[in-house]
Design a protein around this ligand. Structure first.
Ligand SMILES: [Zn+2]
Ligand SMILES: [Zn+2]
Length: 252
């Protein structure tokens, strides 16, 4: 069985310090490929370095909405340079976060659109973060071209999921769908097998019953099991379809 963690921040100390062990434990839980996601120039570089070191790790480069207020004048050029590595498989994570609002909204939008343009030019897909920003994000996705797009850590409602899917956008589910108070299990149950992938978003958001402890790529298995249970399908089917979707999306 093959599972893929499509969203991991492997450069945080708690994983980075013993990364080969973290990845081999993941592998023994069938999580055999991982996408390491950059959030600013420093962590994008780190993600590329990790991906170049480990055969089954791939990288994305990009500026998170939280960090959009701190971009340098030439950040797009820097991202473009980093994306020359053949282990870079997407631009991200980009997006809008109206929940924490660490950057002004107009700056978040501008930086998201600029990175979409870059991804389009480089023929790369985008991975986006959406927190309480359904309308703003959809407006941007409608007005700006993209090759492929993935809505990571999906936490919006079924209507919005359908809207994204109708626009050709894929969704990824994280540990939040395993929580006792999960509100979006309806989305998990209703959408087609072709439209979603799996992620941990580690080191944040460990799935139930590990909530509160440190999250790692190995927990994709726990998330896949929960999805299989919610949908009344086999774990093998969930693994097969989500891995196929991720391999096609990221071209890995
Ligand atoms: Zn995110
Ligand atoms: Zn993330």
């Amino acid at each position: 069985m093959l599972l893929i963690d499509t969203h991991a921040h492997l450069y945080y100390d708690n994983m980075y310090e013993n990364l080969s062990e973290v990845l081999s434990i993941a592998e023994s839980n069938n999580v055999k490929k991982t996408i390491c996601i950059g959030t600013d120039l420093e962590t994008s570089l780190k993600s590329v370095e990790i991906a170049e070191q480990y055969e089954n790790v791939y990288a994305t480069v990009g500026i998170h909405p939280h960090d959009s207020k701190d971009v340098s004048e030439n950040y797009l050029l820097e991202l473009e340079k980093l994306s020359k590595s053949n282990k870079v498989v997407a631009i991200g994570e980009i997006g809008i976060d109206n929940y924490r609002n660490h950057s002004p909204q107009d700056v978040q939008k501008k930086v998201m659109i600029e990175q979409m343009d870059l991804a389009y030019k480089l023929n790369l897909p985008i991975v986006f973060h959406n927190r309480d920003a359904d309308n703003e994000i959809f407006d941007i996705l409608k007005k700006n071209p993209f090759h492929r797009a993935l809505s990571h850590c999906f936490s919006s409602n079924l209507d919005f999921a359908k809207k994204l899917i109708a626009h050709g956008i894929k969704i990824s589910f994280s540990g939040n769908i395993t929580f006792k108070n999960a509100t979006n299990t309806e989305v998990v149950e209703e959408i087609s097998l072709d439209d979603f992938m799996l992620e941990t978003d580690c080191p944040f958001l460990a799935p139930h019953p590990y909530r509160g402890s440190k999250n790692e790529p190995k927990y994709v298995l726990t998330i896949a099991e929960k999805i299989a249970e919610l949908r009344g399908e086999t774990l093998e089917l969930i693994a097969l379809s989500t891995s196929k979707n991720a391999e096609q999306f990221f071209n890995i």
